[in-house]
Design a binder for this molecule. Structure first.
Ligand SMILES: [Zn+2]
Length: 186
């Protein structure tokens, strides 16, 4: 979560706490390829509460992509004001019934955003959340069609890049190892 002057911004939701009771109920057939891991205190609801916040305090929930381990917790933050995901990912989530479980976002209204040409990322396409360069979603597809990495730049000009699922570890990036479920290994 980013405490931004324009409001609280949450990036991805992690798993819904329902997975503690039944992985099958949350994941269906996906349990064969995906296992949820959510120790006590780790759900987004619990983590927000620990910081003294509730989901209604969130200005925007940004989704790097819509795979289960990033979107399953959406019902836990359904009172956030806005939910944004790239148009490419939104379309993939609608069409690809194998990799996505749309019931995870049925309680919220996902609003697709459009990447525009920019200097950022491998494909020079990104979306500037507040139009001030502070939070930018950069198109880094491969693992999924619309995957975003997030570049956060503070008032001091220093940046942090959050790159969900672009590589599982430093070594996988350096050795260019891709993941089994990628839609495009190159
Ligand atoms: Zn993923």
């Amino acid at each position: 979560m980013i405490e931004h002057p324009k409001g609280l911004v949450l990036l991805d939701t992690g798993w819904n706490d329902l997975v503690r009771k039944s992985q099958w109920a949350e994941l269906g057939l996906q349990v064969q390829i995906n296992k949820a891991y959510l120790p006590a205190g780790w759900s987004i609801k619990e983590q927000l509460a620990e910081l003294g916040y509730s989901d209604a305090d969130l200005e925007v929930v940004l989704l790097s992509h819509l795979h289960s381990d990033h979107a399953s917790g959406l019902p836990l933050v359904k009172h956030a004001k806005k939910f944004l995901v790239s148009e490419e990912e939104f379309e993939a989530g609608r069409k690809d019934k194998l990799r996505y479980i749309p019931k995870m976002w049925r309680d919220v209204t996902l609003t697709p955003f459009q990447y525009v040409n920019s200097q950022l990322g491998p494909f020079h396409r990104s979306f500037d959340l507040f139009n001030d360069g502070s939070i930018q979603m950069i198109w880094t597809p491969g693992h999924s069609a619309g995957l975003s990495s997030t570049l956060i730049t503070g008032a001091d000009g220093k940046s942090v890049l959050l790159a969900s699922d672009t590589g599982y570890a430093q070594s996988s990036i350096e050795e260019r190892k891709t993941q089994g479920i990628s839609i495009n290994q190159s």
